[in-house]
Design a protein around this ligand. Structure first.
Ligand code: GLN
Length: 275
């Protein structure tokens, strides 16, 4: 067995106690210390040694720190993003929102995109990467998050099509937008949590007693922001389909639920009422 294979096996056995993806975590951490992509690490492992600093990263992971905060990088959709503890770590679940948009805009690409609560900029920048003619606005209430989002736009050479602004949801924002992407906080105040979320910004996660406070703020704003033929893709918790759908349906909007890869309701596809 190569030194790399041996080390990965040992690290992944240790990480089983803290992670549902111990092997992947070990690979991402080792690739990071070697300055390689994960696929290069796996392809070239016969020629590689393991730097002593790897053990320190495994220790940090063992104490619960998320892999993405240790490496500072997370892949999402077609792009690679810088992440810091100022932003929620983009998750594969949220790619359901981009998939819903790709399905809706199969014939006619969106031109104007809005991302409310943009965080790292993941959803907005994935959309701009998907549609080269689109321009976008990302809003966040956290100055730290906006710094990360702007840095990501620059790294991805998307700054010329992406504006970022501090704000409280869509207060003061003028539409219309063809595509509106929203992953608001939706965890109930007293929900028991474990894993990465314990290290993520609380303001990006919690939304009152039932996790619905931010949807209540956003629902009245959507009708004036959506273009004819536009759609909003809104992330929801797996058990929130009916409660959140009702908030948008009450504003006269049409709502359909979409599932993530695990089969959970994860996204509401929201459109203006048929004329
Ligand atoms: N997906 C996160 C979680 O439950 C929650 C993200 C959010 O509140 N928007 O782990």
């Amino acid at each position: 067995m190569t030194a790399v294979a041996e080390k990965l096996r040992a690290a992944s056995a240790l990480l089983e106690t803290v992670s549902g993806t111990p092997r992947l975590d070990a690979e991402l951490l080792l690739a990071h210390v070697l300055g390689l992509t994960r696929s290069d690490l796996l392809l070239r492992q016969r020629d590689l040694g393991v730097p002593a600093s790897f053990d320190g990263l495994v220790e940090r992971r063992l104490s619960g720190e998320p892999v993405a905060y240790i490496t500072g990088i997370r892949d999402f959709w077609t792009i690679s993003l810088r992440v810091t503890p100022d932003v929620l770590i983009p998750r594969p679940d949220s790619e359901t929102l981009i998939e819903a948009a790709v399905a809706h805009f199969a014939e006619r690409p969106p031109r104007a995109v809005l991302d409310l609560g943009t965080g790292s900029g993941a959803l907005l920048l994935a959309a701009l990467d998907q549609w080269p003619q689109a321009r976008g606005l990302g809003i966040d209430i956290s100055p730290g998050a906006l710094g990360v989002a702007r840095e990501n736009a620059a790294r991805l050479a998307l700054s010329n099509r992406a504006d970022f602004r501090i704000g409280d949801w869509a207060d003061g924002v003028n539409g219309p937008f063809d595509l509106i992407l929203i992953n608001p906080p939706y965890i109930a105040r007293n929900a028991p949590l474990s894993g990465d979320v314990l290290h993520e910004p609380q303001g990006a996660l919690f939304a009152g007693a039932e996790g619905l406070d931010d949807y209540r703020r956003i629902a009245p704003q959507l009708p004036r922001l959506l273009s004819d033929g536009g759609m909003a893709a809104v992330e929801i918790g797996h058990d929130q389909r009916d409660s959140v759908s009702a908030l948008f349906a009450d504003r006269g909007l049409a709502v359909e639920a979409r599932r993530d890869l695990a089969g959970h309701d994860r996204c509401l596809a929201i459109t203006p009422p048929a004329a």
